[in-house]
Design a binder for this molecule. Sequence first.
Ligand SMILES: [Zn+2]
Ligand SMILES: [Zn+2]
Length: 118
Amino acid sequence: MATLEIECPVCAEVLELTDQDRAELQPGDVIVCDSCNAEMEITRNGGGEDFELELLGILTTCPNCAEEFEVTEELLATAPTLHASDGSEVSVVNCPHCRASIELEFEDGPEGRSLSSQ
Ligand SMILES: [Zn+2]
Ligand SMILES: [Zn+2]
């Protein structure tokens, strides 16, 4: 069975979609990266290599209230950044549920880039 490999735009994890997976997916459907929880909307799903995704955001869990919310590129673009004590750069966003300030850090690990909240 043919398998399409797509690279997650956030963490570069390779996601494999089989023909069967693709038969069940339609433009407008959302798939989630196993590794970093990025949400991607399918914009094209034709045959063969005719497949395109658009990054929607990254689902993260608020460490304060444990509610999930989505971190979008737009949100990150407007979020102030701080330098953490270890020298890494973190983005500060507010939880939409409890308004807590959450520091988000993109980590370069052996598994690729991942988002961690602190
Ligand atoms: Zn990912
Ligand atoms: Zn919260």
